[in-house]
Design a binder for this molecule. Structure first.
Ligand SMILES: [Zn+2]
Length: 300
């Protein structure tokens, strides 16, 4: 049987290449610092893919456009510096909105099928958003509204975290990539996690309450003088469930042995400082569990 090459889901012209759903710079970083990375998409939670989730989504031209107009600047000016020092300040321009829209588009395209089955009444809202964002990404219009795109920085510092956390919180928030459509019966949001960064885009309804200092503007600043705060109960519930869903999956003995070997190989082939950095979130999780032991995440 001859399989037709899928066409780019953004421009509908070029042949779609097999590429990362996760932006490449983030996949590279996770692979570099994490001995056993979590790179998963919502519809395949049991698969641990070491090279990132791959899909035929974009053609080479559209991938290059994403990289040039958003990804590259985000990686260079925010992701890399903030991974080293969370107390930094950084001004941003329109490229951050472009990057956030590209993530929301990707997350929605990859996860819409599951939503059609589980919450079919919400799917038309997601179809509308996908179309609207695609036109924006291709430069056919420059409007962000009616949607909102939020960015929340997840601090690594134990002192700055809420008083109780779900198990595996640090490993998940600092070493994982994740994306899905977060929803209940009336609300749907595009959720994308890069290590240390939560992107949250409204789909239906378009307005978002309970997120302070997080809305991405045409230009603005990130840093400790504009601390983000979330009091949105949907996000609190969703995030707690998601951390446990991803971190709490029981693993088979075979997988455990494989992970043990991966850890041992990593320790042998990396410097003590690299090993310390790699295991830091796991140690934080253990310390936190010892100190608190509670699993419930309060509204943030
Ligand atoms: Zn294309």
């Amino acid at each position: 049987m001859i399989q037709k090459t899928p066409i780019c889901k953004l421009c509908g012209k070029g042949p779609a290449v097999l590429s990362h759903v996760i932006p490449k710079f983030a996949a590279t970083w996770i692979k570099k610092v994490a001995p056993s990375p979590y790179l998963r998409a919502a519809d395949k939670p049991n698969l641990r893919k070491e090279d990132g989730i791959k899909e035929r989504l974009l053609c080479v031209e559209c991938e290059n456009m994403f990289s040039k107009l958003g990804e590259h600047k985000f990686a260079e000016r925010i992701f890399q510096p903030f991974r080293t020092d969370l107390k930094l300040k950084s001004d941003y321009g329109g490229w951050l909105l472009y990057f956030a829209v590209s993530l929301a588009w990707r997350t929605s395209v990859v996860n819409i099928q599951a939503l059609r089955q589980n919450k079919p009444h919400l799917a038309p809202h997601v179809d509308d958003a996908i179309q609207y964002w695609a036109a924006y990404l291709k430069g056919e219009h420059n409007k962000i509204q009616p949607y909102e795109h939020h960015l929340f920085l997840l601090g690594e510092d134990l002192q700055n975290t809420p008083s109780s956390l779900p198990k595996g919180f640090f490993a998940y928030t600092q070493r994982a990539f994740d994306c899905c459509l977060a929803r209940n019966d009336q609300i749907v949001r595009a959720y994308t996690l890069l290590p240390g960064f939560v992107f949250w885009s409204t789909i239906h309804p378009c307005k978002q309450k309970g997120w302070r200092n997080t809305k991405i503007l045409p230009k603005g600043r990130l840093g400790p003088d504009v601390p983000g705060k979330i009091t949105d109960p949907l996000f609190g519930d969703f995030f707690e469930w998601r951390v446990e869903e991803i971190s709490g999956k029981p693993i088979s003995e075979r997988q455990r042995q494989k992970m043990k070997q991966t850890f041992e190989d990593y320790v042998k082939s990396h410097s003590p400082e690299e090993v310390r950095l790699a295991f830091k979130p796991h140690l934080q999780d253990q310390l936190w569990q010892k100190k608190n032991g509670r699993k419930i995440l309060p509204p943030l």
